[in-house]
Design a protein around this ligand. Structure first.
Ligand code: GLN
Length: 496
């Protein structure tokens, strides 16, 4: 049998139900794997005592015949989710020492389903980044390496720790958040599945805010089936979040028939961008052919405002971030700078924020403050909101034409070596989000499915984009794609 930490949620659920394993066994296997993988820097806080306690309770619940699909499943939690009494730092020094007195709705839902909390996972500071290199804990490292090289590779970001932890089998699955691609890009970089649900599907309450109109939590898993199972446990209406959708949560797993005959799949011509790697281009063509072979009707579509998505995102996201992050002032949470004699409250704010925020966060706060400032609000922020509406209309028009899902690459290239973007203009990194930010601007669900390897042996993902609140249908198309590509590669466990 596979090592227990290597199981998928669905496999573990079935073994738990048959009484062939216990949650305590699964949990110990994950805790041991975490201990031997400190090199990956994926886990920032291990909550071993809590995990063992929760596993015991889950085993009792399973014995009592009261289990859900998630009961007893050990999970890693991105450091952006408030977990009661567990350090929650958003990978920032400004939240050093902060332990929330409350629980995020998504994690509360997961614990109510019986899932087990293993610990907190690394990420880019305040979820700003695409490589996990802006983390105050230092970068997380991908379990993957290029063929014939031992150079450290980025697991992507901002949910880099989540992706690395799932790909390295340190947990059965993890939570992530996606503001502009932070679930889908790291999933693509690590050969895992990442689902960004429709905006409003999962409550944002208790998740450290980056850009409130774009942020959305979702599952990061080993398979599409697991994404369906876990989303079911995370989602649901929450009166604490006024943007949370008051809609029933369907049985997503039941939708996985793999039958996509007659589905209309759109291939957006504007996603064929300059500088896209040849292996990504090939993968996209192969994925298209596979969906056609599975009985889907493939059509060319146009999303004409795509080229404006990145500049629009990099105005709206920093604007909302600068407003959200104004709460970190040294008074309410975490870090407070030491003052010299004669320094006052303004010095305290300035010093605290200068010490507490890393360079990428400072850059975004300044960008955001600028585009929101009186003289520039109309020229930048308001204009970006208008363009955002046009981007959303592009998708609406395509869906109104009967397109069920859109197939595109998840990223323009495979993962890069750590440090490769260090000297580059920050915009170089922003360009990596070209295929992911459009969905967040439009509020749509998207999923990255591992679909192949690059010429150097690194994973590549394809992205499927669905209609709002039709995750069940999207997951089924992703399931068909997963079956057609048959991706099963795993990273060698070089770190153990
Ligand atoms: N890479 C994007 C950014 O830095 C997206 C991050 C995210 O989705 N949280 O803003």
């Amino acid at each position: 049998m596979m090592a227990l930490n290597e199981l998928t949620i669905a496999q573990a659920r079935d073994l738990l139900a048959k009484g062939e394993v216990t949650s305590a066994d699964l949990t110990e296997a994950c805790l041991t794997a975490i201990e031997s993988a400190t090199t990956l820097n994926a886990v920032t806080t291990v909550t071993a005592d809590k995990a063992r306690e929760m596993a015991k309770a889950a085993d009792a619940r399973i014995s009592a015949g009261d289990a859900t699909a998630m009961t007893g499943i050990p999970l890693g939690i991105k450091d952006l989710f408030a977990v009661e009494d567990v350090p929650t730092q958003a990978a920032s020094n400004i939240l050093g020492g902060f332990k929330p007195r409350y629980e995020s709705t998504v994690t509360r839902n997961l614990w109510a389903s019986g899932a087990v909390m293993l610990g907190k996972l690394n990420m880019d500071e305040f979820a700003m980044g695409s490589s996990n290199e802006s983390s105050a804990y230092g970068p997380a490292i991908s379990p993957w390496r290029e063929d014939g090289s031992d150079a450290a590779i980025t697991p992507g970001g901002s949910s880099g720790g989540s992706a690395a932890a799932v790909a390295a089998d340190l947990c059965l699955a993890a939570t992530g958040t996606d503001t502009g691609g932070s679930i889908r890009q790291p999933a693509a970089f690590t050969g895992t599945v990442g689902l960004k649900p429709t905006y409003g599907r999962c409550s944002r309450w208790g998740i450290v805010a980056f850009a409130s109109s774009l942020d959305q939590a979702g599952p990061m898993t080993k398979t599409v089936r697991d994404a369906a199972i876990m989303l079911g446990a995370m989602a649901g209406h929450d009166p604490m979040d006024s943007t949370s959708a008051d809609l029933p949560v369907p049985d997503f797993e039941a939708a996985l028939t793999g039958d996509i005959r007659g589905k209309k799949i759109g291939i957006p011509r504007e996603y064929r961008v300059e500088g896209m790697s040849a292996s990504v281009d090939t993968l996209w063509a192969e994925g298209t052919a596979k969906l056609r072979d599975a009985g889907a009707e493939v059509v060319d579509i146009s999303l004409p405002h795509t080229k404006h998505a990145l500049p629009t995102y990099y105005i709206i996201a920093p604007a909302e971030a600068s407003s959200n992050l104004s709460r970190y002032d040294g008074v309410k949470y975490g870090h407070r700078a030491t003052l010299s004699a004669g320094e006052g409250i303004n010095d305290m704010y300035e010093k605290t924020r200068a010490e507490g925020f890393g360079p990428e966060v400072q850059r975004r706060v300044m960008l955001g403050a600028y585009v929101l400032s009186a003289g520039y609000y109309d020229a930048y922020y308001k204009k970006a909101q208008r363009v955002r509406a046009l981007i959303k209309q592009d998708f609406e028009a395509v869906f109104a034409d009967g397109v069920d899902a859109i197939l595109a690459p998840a990223t323009p290239s495979p993962a890069w070596q750590l440090g490769a973007m260090k000297s580059a203009d920050p915009v170089e990194m922003y360009l990596q989000d070209v295929f992911t930010v459009t969905l967040n601007l439009a509020g749509l669900p998207g999923i990255s499915v591992p679909a192949g390897l690059s010429s150097k042996g690194l994973p590549l993902g394809l992205q499927l984009i669905g209609r709002p609140f039709e995750e069940a249908d999207l997951l089924n198309t992703a399931y068909a794609l997963e079956q057609a590509t048959g991706f099963s590669a795993k990273a060698d466990k070089w770190w153990t």
